[in-house]
Design a binder for this molecule. Structure first.
Ligand SMILES: [Zn+2]
Length: 131
């Protein structure tokens, strides 16, 4: 499975990478790329056929949300997990609906932690295997 991680903070990228590596079955060769540079993020996301993109749309004011839409158009089979940072009790309702309009598969409130990510990634792999 090819995975791309996009976040403006390199500590978050490292944490995500560790969590996802921890979730990966042994010896299956998941490839994980990560970037906090907006130009690289856009180029990578659109040029390579990633199975999964995990991104915080705040990585770029200009590109954050448009990139989600563009991935959906150009790479409809890519699973997109969005990280938000709102810390609101309404996150699971408001943000979910908002991001669903963009075609996002899952969204995670960073302020509540990233521990749900490994399970989502495993789900993604299961779905990919079915397709
Ligand atoms: Zn939210």
């Amino acid at each position: 499975m090819d995975i791309l991680l996009i976040d403006q903070e390199s500590e978050v990228l490292d944490l995500l990478e560790n969590l996802i590596r921890f979730a990966s079955p042994e010896g299956n060769g998941w490839s994980i790329q990560k970037t906090n540079k907006p130009e690289d993020a856009v180029q990578l996301a659109l040029q390579n056929g990633f199975d999964l993109v995990v991104m915080d749309p705040r990585f770029s004011e200009k590109w954050g949300l448009p990139l989600i839409k563009t991935i959906r158009e150009v790479r409809p089979r890519t699973t997109v997990i969005v990280l938000c940072n709102c810390g609101s009790d309404l996150c699971s309702l408001y943000c979910r609906d908002r991001y669903r309009e963009f075609g996002v598969n899952h969204h995670v409130d960073k302020t509540k932690g990233l521990l749900g990510i490994p399970g989502m990634v495993r789900d993604c792999q299961r779905n990919a295997a079915v397709c």
